[in-house]
Structures are given as C-alpha cells and as structure tokens.
Design a binder for this molecule. Structure first.
Ligand code: IMP
Ligand code: MG
Length: 333
C-alpha cells in the first residue's frame, strides 16, 4: 500500500477532500499528513449525512482510526486548528510538527490590504505574509505557541517510521498545481510550490518514498481570485450549465471554464502523476449522479473519461458522482 500523495491538478477546489476521505476509509490509512500552504485551503467532506468543512486538518478525519498530522512546511493558524479539532472530536489523534510556522493576527491584517488583496485577490488568511516572515526568519514556530502545546509532534519522524513499517500513509496536498508559486502564472499564485515534490518536502519525505501520485481534477475548471482562466465562461453560461460555485474559505464566486487538456497534461507531468481522479462528473453529466459502477455510466460521460485517459496517458482510477465520500466509482475493484 505504501505512500500515496494526493495533489490538485488545477487551481484548487478540485474535490481533493472528497477523494481523500474515501481512500482513507476504504484503505484504512494509518496516517494522513497534510502538506501545502495552510488555512487558505478549504476542503469539504460529506459523510454519513454530515458536512465537514476543513482548512487545517487532513480530510481523512472521517476515518476515526487515522492519525491526523500536519507537516513542518505548513503554516498553522492555531485558532482554526483548535476549532476543527474540537468540532471533529479529534483531540487524541491530531498533531502538528514542532517546526510548523504560525499565522499571527498581523499576517491576516496584511493579507487583507493593498497589493495582496487588490491585485492578487488572496484568500486573506494570512498565509503569504506568514511565509514571508518565515523566509526572513522572524516568524514564530509551533514549538513556541502555547495554544498548541498538547498537539506537538515530530511529524517527519512519525511519517517516516510508519512508512518503514509498510503502513498506508496519505500525503494530502492543498491548492492546485496551477497556483504553484513556481509553476503558475506569477504573480497570480499562492505563496509556495504545491506540486507533489513540494508537498513531499512539506512533510519530510524524499521522492523515493512515494508509491503513487494521485492528481485530482474536476470535470471542469474553476478559479477564484485573479489570474488567467483559459476558456472562461461568461457568468450566465456558468449558471446555465450548473457549474457555479462559491469559495469555501472566502465565499467568492468561482470563475468557470471547460476541462482543458493541455493544462491537465502539464500538471500530470509536473507532478509525475501515476493516477487520476475526476470529480463532479455528475455536474457535467447529471445522468451519472450517485453511480458507483463504470459500466452504468452514459456513453458521453464514459467517452469523456476515456479521452482523459488517452490524452494524459495514466488511468482514471476514481470518479466522483456526488458529494458523499461514497458517491464514487473506484476502478481498482
Ligand atoms: P493565497 O494563497 O491566499 O495567498 O491566495 C493566492 C491565490 O491563490 C488567490 O487567487 C487565491 O484565490 C488562490 N487560492 C489559495 N488557496 C486556494 C484554495 O485552496 N482553493 C482555490 N484557490 C486558492
Ligand atoms: Mg477548496
């Protein structure tokens, strides 16, 4: 089973949370460890009639046996972290690396004014300014934060020890490859690299540790904030197609466009993807809603999946057909 790294293939909001929650339950992950930027992420998990919104904790939270860790590269907002720990009752299994950097009030204030707010259209959660202080080596780290005292752990060692024991570990990426500081359309990017290599670095594992890189795409593209979106639809067309979404952190309207093969190819390559997940197939092909077997899909929706496979050259292993963790076609079966 080993190590599966899950990353977003586009501009974030691909539905990683849903796919990760399914895998965590199905394959009974021992550890889920979060990489990525920080609480600028918003993951929604729907399971057993409950909707859980997460910005800090791994989406594997739905499996009560999975340990929930946050890697050293990630920025932690202690208030957001503690709220999620309490809401999900995960006090005994959620831990933060000693070296995570801390988001302070001044970072949030700075992220909500001037260049960052007006030009970049950030999420306003303080991540860019906190990373900036971290690089300047004037930031505060988790081991200095009293609120986190009970939740500190040497996450890097835990993850590597678990992999030595051949346990199943999910490494959870956030944002999407096309928002990467290095590979996106700078300056309209987030404040870190969020491709698979960056996510591995966040949690302290080397490239040879990874068995699968699962790249998650939605059946169409969305983007919040500024920056180019190739093939962007006018708002009325987005609504007509039922593709309108609102940001889970900021509540902003997400811009939408059809699935883009060249962008997806680039993303698979940047991540050395071995598997693909396509989410929200039922939003583009409503007749597929809730389906759990590939054979039952309509011909146009099957054709879409098959063309993704032939264009991108790796298998589409998971297909999301509804919001619940179990609304999924798992083609490993
Ligand atoms: P920041 O990461 O808050 O600095 O925002 C930089 C850009 O990345 C903005 O366009 C945000 O809307 C976008 N962004 C950051 N995190 C996410 C995410 O989790 N989903 C979607 N867009 C995001
Ligand atoms: Mg999101």
């Amino acid at each position: 089973m080993g190590c599966c790294v899950v990353v977003g293939g586009a501009f974030g909001d691909e539905g990683k949370g849903k796919i990760i929650s399914y895998i965590a339950l199905k394959d009974n992950a021992k550890i889920a460890v979060r990489g990525g930027v920080g609480p600028n992420a918003g993951h929604t998990v729907v399971y057993n009639g409950n909707t859980i919104k997460l910005r800090m904790l791994p989406s594997a939270v739905v499996n009560a046996r999975t340990r929930l860790l946050i890697g050293a590269g990630v920025l932690v907002d202690p208030v957001v972290f503690l709220k999620e720990v309490n809401e999900t009752g995960s006090q005994s299994r959620a831990f933060v690396d000693f070296n995570c950097a801390i988001i302070e009030q001044k970072h949030i204030a700075k992220d909500n004014e001037g260049h960052l707010k007006e030009k970049i259209g950030t999420t306003g959660t303080g991540t860019g300014p906190a990373n900036s202080d971290r690089v300047m080596r004037i930031g505060k780290i988790a081991s200095q934060e009293r609120l986190l005292e009970k939740y500190l752990e040497d996450v890097t060692t835990s993850v590597n020890d678990s992999l030595d024991r051949k346990e199943f570990v999910i490494v959870e990426g956030t944002q999407g490859t096309l928002l990467s500081l290095y590979f996106g359309d700078y300056p309209y990017v987030t404040s870190k690299d969020v491709s698979a290599s960056g996510i591995c670095s966040d949690v302290g594992i080397g490239p040879k540790r990874v068995d699968d890189v699962l790249v998650v795409f939605k059946a169409y593209l969305t983007r919040v904030g500024s920056g180019e979106l190739q093939g962007e639809l006018p708002p009325d067309e987005t609504i007509k197609r039922g593709w309108q979404e609102f940001g889970s952190v900021t509540g902003r309207i997400r811009r939408a466009a059809p699935f883009n093969y060249p962008l997806a190819k680039r993303s698979v390559r940047l991540n050395s993807g071995t598997q693909i997940a396509i989410t929200k197939l039922d939003t583009v092909f409503p007749e597929t809603s809730g389906m759990r077997a590939f054979e039952t899909l309509s011909q146009p929706s099957k054709d879409f999946i098959l063309s993704v496979e032939s264009e991108l050259g790796i298998p589409v292993v998971y297909i999301g057909t509804g919001p619940d963790s179990e609304d999924i076609i798992d083609r490993r079966k």
